[in-house]
Design a protein around this ligand. Structure first.
Ligand SMILES: [Zn+2]
Length: 159
């Protein structure tokens, strides 16, 4: 069975998942501030969602990778815990989180990640205008201020 490792966004946004496949951690539950989010959690728990402590070995493995990717300073204790839990279930789970640093470390560790509300990082594109004549790039406009040729929209890079 495939599990969903649920970060707080799952309960804040509501993700419509099968509760018996959901696993979360105590620190996520403690961070749920709104009544709505707490109620979503309680309903999920009554229907079989599990709350498990992350293992110390997995936490250490996460911290080691986070130091290498320099995401360490961005990660809260809860972030480390949810990553540790996802690592434990790495082969049969999907980590649901909207936190960029958590997503980044998860990818490096080979953990499958899905966003809850936000678009995936790799889907965010940056557009620029490129001159058809001199090939220079500009942020906006229709005519090149340098050579007078037409500017065309170009995909610059993925973030
Ligand atoms: Zn030009």
């Amino acid at each position: 069975m495939e599990y969903y490792i649920a970060d707080s966004a799952v309960f804040i946004m509501g993700a419509g998942l099968e509760p018996h496949r959901m696993i979360t951690i105590p620190s996520v539950v403690n961070e749920l501030k709104s009544n709505e989010a707490s109620m979503r959690f309680e309903l999920a728990r009554e229907s079989g969602a599990r709350v498990e402590m992350p293992g110390e070995d997995f936490r250490e493995a996460v911290l080691k990778i986070a130091k290498e990717t320099r995401d360490c300073e961005e990660l809260s204790a809860t972030d480390v815990d949810i990553l540790a839990k996802a690592l434990e279930y790495k082969d049969n789970s999907v980590l649901l989180t909207d936190d960029y640093a958590v997503q980044n470390v998860a990818r490096v560790m080979g953990i499958e990640v899905k966003p809850v509300a936000q678009k995936k990082i790799k889907d965010v594109l940056v557009w620029q205008k490129q001159c058809a004549g001199c090939r220079r790039y500009f942020d906006s406009g229709d005519v090149c201020p340098v050579c007078g040729s037409a500017l065309r929209k170009r995909r610059k890079r993925k973030i």
